[in-house]
Design a protein around this ligand. Sequence first.
Ligand SMILES: NC(=O)c1ccc[n+]([C@@H]2O[C@H](COP(=O)([O-])OP(=O)(O)OC[C@H]3O[C@@H](n4cnc5c(N)ncnc54)[C@H](OP(=O)(O)O)[C@@H]3O)[C@@H](O)[C@H]2O)c1
Length: 257
Amino acid sequence: MQTSNQKVIWVTGASSGLGRSIALQLANRGALVIASARNRQALDELAAQNANIRALACDITDAAECAALGAQIAAISPHIDQAILNAGNCEYLDFPDPDWAAVRRVMEVNFFGTVNCVELVLPLLRAARRPHLVVIASQATAAPFPRAEAYGASKAALQYFCACLRLDLACEKIDVSVVNPGFVDTPLTRKNDFEMPFLMDVEQAASRVIGKLASRPRRYSFPMRLSLLLGLSKLAPGLWQKAMTASKKSSTTPPGT
Ligand SMILES: NC(=O)c1ccc[n+]([C@@H]2O[C@H](COP(=O)([O-])OP(=O)(O)OC[C@H]3O[C@@H](n4cnc5c(N)ncnc54)[C@H](OP(=O)(O)O)[C@@H]3O)[C@@H](O)[C@H]2O)c1
């Protein structure tokens, strides 16, 4: 049962990794958390850990499922105080003969899937007193990485989308934040076999995100050490290209999250 002052928060991609940790930590702090993803079993296991969690399965790339999810959420709560749109995936392009369809698949989840979520949650945010929309992008967009064409482009698209959305929603007093994590130890990055500088523990990363979101920043990129390192790509693009090309030669799967 929802208590009157309880914050209602929707977290997508809550079946694993960062979204799962964020959902659990928020529930432990007393929020009513609506946790969504495709994997129903993983969601049910999450919900079993805290009575404040409601698990709702949904593939965010499916517009009809998203519409149904909107109705299911509205049956739980007439408003959403905060939506944390975190669901995403990563596929790399392997040259010289990449699977070009991967670009579409990644855009479908990371960009269009998130747009579906924005569409379904806006009416619920509008019904909240101080609504906050949060989108998880990535620090990958701060520099070009080999093989990251699809992933980086999908996250850059999200950042631009959100920058415009922030302007369009300002008159309705809906805050929009974009979070750009560096490398976090999750199932997504465990598939990487290249060096991941400043790799963070998922619980710590989740707690940093939650802590920072309290001030509703337009953009939060962390850790700072990685932001500084990636800044080199703009200060010295030639050097950056040399370093990335060298890493591509020395590894079959070089940096790119
Ligand atoms: N880990 C990092 O280093 C890192 C760095 C920067 C940004 N990020 C971003 O952080 C977010 C979370 O990533 P993570 O590292 O925690 O990865 P993860 O452990 O693989 O989690 C991804 C989540 O997205 C959900 N998801 C994927 N496709 C979906 C779909 N079509 N419909 C609904 N849910 C879907 C997955 O659930 P189901 O499979 O159950 O659907 C899962 O819960 C992603 O947006 C990622 O790009 C991660």
